[in-house]
Design a protein around this ligand. Structure first.
Ligand code: GTP
Ligand code: MG
Length: 259
């Protein structure tokens, strides 16, 4: 963690309940708007932007908008950024962490509904394709997503329509796992993290959300990555299932179930 994050981690008397984490890569155009919008809906929460080696002014703009900023020295990808954020949140004593896209596609007014669902679950996913919103995916990607959703639902034992959603909230139990064991490879932070959580005995639930279209910046998925998506999804599932059991460290409040 660099000075940007460390400098803003003053010791607090009572743990802050919610940390909103915005993983960001070159989102200078919209990060201020997103920070203000999140703040408007979650005035009591702390905001952490994980600037992942951006080459634009993402960190500077986010800081000026009032967010804490963790600047990674080089690009680690969303998984690596979230791993760092979860460790930060665990060490700071947060009770609840919600990951929100920094490009404005997630509606922060939904955070309250995710929080409510956390009463009966340890990990809550804000999900498209669950009856709310009109977000459309076409072509091979659509079939890959359906296959993935069906397979993941079976694996974790609960219906999931959007297992690659990056809009998700975890409680202290899940945080005590993800702070020490969080997959960072492609699809690891979404798909594999759910398998890992399930194998650790954590309860997973989803909340239907509408997702907006990206209006600025560039998507991380280019044409090549999209066309390779189906193959990668299958590989990700196989790897997630074949992977070792979750690593539960001292300080964790969960006990890993049998692998
Ligand atoms: N920390 C970090 N964040 C990233 C990286 N790549 C993308 N992001 C952020 O992760 C979030 C989701 O990335 P997107 O590229 O929007 O992915 P997506 O929403 O699935 O794709 P679109 O629908 O095309 O926008 C955004 O807030 C990005 O800024 C990265 O390498 N590191
Ligand atoms: Mg996006």
């Amino acid at each position: 963690m660099t000075a940007g994050a460390t400098a803003s981690t003053a010791t607090r008397a009572v743990p802050a309940p919610v940390l909103v984490v915005l993983p960001a890569l070159n989102e200078a155009e919209c990060i201020a708007r997103v920070v203000h919008e999140v703040r408007g809906h979650q005035p009591g929460a702390d905001l952490l932007v994980v600037d992942d080696g951006s080459t634009d002014r993402t960190a500077e703009v986010a800081r000026a908008a009032g967010a804490r900023v963790m600047s990674l020295p080089f690009n680690l990808g969303v998984g690596g950024a979230m791993r760092a954020a979860y460790r930060f949140a665990f060490e700071e004593g947060y009770e609840c962490v919600v990951q929100v896209d920094a490009d404005g596609q997630h509606d922060p007014s939904d955070i309250a509904r995710l929080r409510a669902a956390l009463e009966g679950a340890d990990v809550v996913v804000g999900a498209r394709f669950a009856g709310v919103g009109e977000y459309v995916v076409r072509g091979p990607r659509r079939w890959a997503m359906r296959l993935l959703a069906a397979t993941l639902s079976r694996l974790v034992g609960t219906p999931l329509t959007d297992p690659t959603s990056g809009f998700r909230m975890v409680n202290a139990r899940a945080l005590s796992l993800f702070a020490f064991d969080f997959p960072e490879e492609y699809l690891g932070d979404t798909v594999e993290a759910l398998v890992l959580a399930s194998r650790a005995g954590l309860r997973i639930a989803q909340v239907p959300v509408a997702m907006r279209e990206r209006t600025t910046g560039a998507p991380s998925q280019n044409a090549f990555r999209s066309s390779a998506y189906l193959v990668r999804v299958v590989t990700a599932i196989v790897l997630a299932v074949a992977r070792r059991a979750p690593i539960v460290r001292p300080g964790s409040t969960i006990e890993a179930s049998a692998a």
